[in-house]
Design a protein around this ligand. Structure first.
Ligand code: UFG
Length: 358
């Protein structure tokens, strides 16, 4: 006898940057989505009763029938009582786990907050899933799990060395991956796909949703975008004395919509897989800070101001990946260029100079 519960995919942190873009991809494939987000890092509506602005905008992007398949629950992914209600109400086929704190600097100051929320919360989520026989997960991991690569270690493949993380945030991703690997080893019912993102940037091509960091952006592209709308005077470039093409740091930037599609690709293969699997999601192409600034300036139509500063502690010179395993096993490749990443980010930022709330 089939269950009369509504089926769906549970998306933790679904109001965040990567989560929200993935929710769009899921809804566009008619997959019902239950978003759980405690809104500590996402913009809430002024009226508590209303959906967060990002989810309201998602409803504008997808068609009305798809929009009806979006459910929002405000709360933490580690709240056992809330999870109990969700797993009782919905027939959850898989969990896509984006939720978690993600600021490198903050994690060094507040390590216990990071371990408690990211690792502790994930343990509770896993236990609730286990209780309700939900044994499929896609985990939001990061390139940061890799040990600092030397020049001969690039591009980074899934077999590259992990661990020796440079901050508690990175350690939480590394520890959670290990927990999930052990879990899959011990209990053959589980299938977990851990997606190691390189540098997600850009925004949805509609200009409706994008990255809306609270306070001063930590990451390069949101900072450049705020310089472009004159919310910030200039970009501080953290060092131009690295062993790279122009001395500035080189990263593997990947369009957030490509990344979101990596999750739907992973969801498609989940039923055919078993155990724990990791995949790099990136383009395999390295771009420097100065190059990114130049590309963004070209899209905006003027040169953007910058100053060269000291290196940021913990930064690596170069990171880029070999994403061929994702292509082979998930049928996924990044398709969007750095130019499109800049164009789409500019569309969002110029339409929403102050983010989701005017
Ligand atoms: N950068 C600047 N100025 C800024 C911000 C960044 O010059 O204001 C430079 C950095 O030095 C680096 C590049 O731009 O060379 C990219 O920096 P980001 O902060 O955008 O990205 P990171 O590669 O440092 O960070 C990423 C993820 C983190 C993850 C980290 C660790 O965003 O989640 O990788 O590998 F923890």
């Amino acid at each position: 006898m089939g269950s009369d519960k509504e089926q769906g995919v549970l998306v933790t942190g679904g109001a965040g940057f990567i989560g929200s873009h993935t929710v769009v991809e899921l809804l566009e494939r008619n997959v019902p989505v239950i978003v759980i987000d405690n809104m500590t890092n996402a913009t809430a509506s002024k009226d508590e009763e209303e959906l967060p602005p990002v989810l309201q905008r998602i409803k504008k992007i997808v068609n009305p029938q798809q929009g009806e398949k979006l459910h929002f629950i405000k709360g933490s992914f580690g709240d056992v009582e809330l999870l109990e209600k969700i797993f009782t109400k919905y027939a959850i086929s898989a969990v896509i786990h984006f939720g978690g704190f993600k600021a490198v600097g903050e994690s060094k100051e507040l390590p216990m907050m990071y371990y408690s929320n990211n690792v502790g919360g994930t343990l509770k989520l896993i236990q609730s899933m286990q209780k309700h026989n939900v044994t499929n997960m896609i985990f939001s991991s990061s390139a940061t799990v890799y040990s600092a690569p030397g020049p001969d270690d690039l591009p980074l493949s899934e077999k590259s060395l992990t661990g020796s993380c440079t901050c508690p945030y990175a350690s939480t991703k590394f520890f959670i991956e290990n927990i999930l690997r052990d879990l899959c080893y011990a209990d053959k019912n589980w299938t977990v796909i851990s997606l190691r993102y390189f540098n997600p940037v850009g925004a949805h091509a509609s200009g409706e949703i994008g990255e809306d960091p609270k306070g001063i952006p930590n990451n390069l592209m949101p900072f450049i975008a705020q310089v472009a709308v004159k919310r910030r005077e200039h970009l501080n470039i953290y060092g131009n004395d690295y062993q790279t093409k122009d001395g500035t740091g080189v990263r593997d930037y990947v369009h957030v919509v490509d990344l979101a599609k990596g999750h739907t690709a992973a969801l498609d293969v989940l039923p055919k897989k078993n155990g724990f699997h990791t995949y790099n999601l990136g383009t395999g192409i390295g771009t420097s800070v100065l190059e990114m600034l130049k590309y963004f300036g070209e899209v905006v139509g003027r040169e953007l101001p910058y100053k060269i500063c000291d290196r940021r502690p913990g930064d690596l010179a170069v990171m880029y990946c070999d994403a061929s395993l994702a292509e082979k096993e998930l049928g996924w490749t990044a398709t969007k260029s750095v130019k499109e990443m800049c164009e789409d980010l500019w569309k969002f930022q110029s339409k929403n100079p102050n983010g989701y709330l005017p």
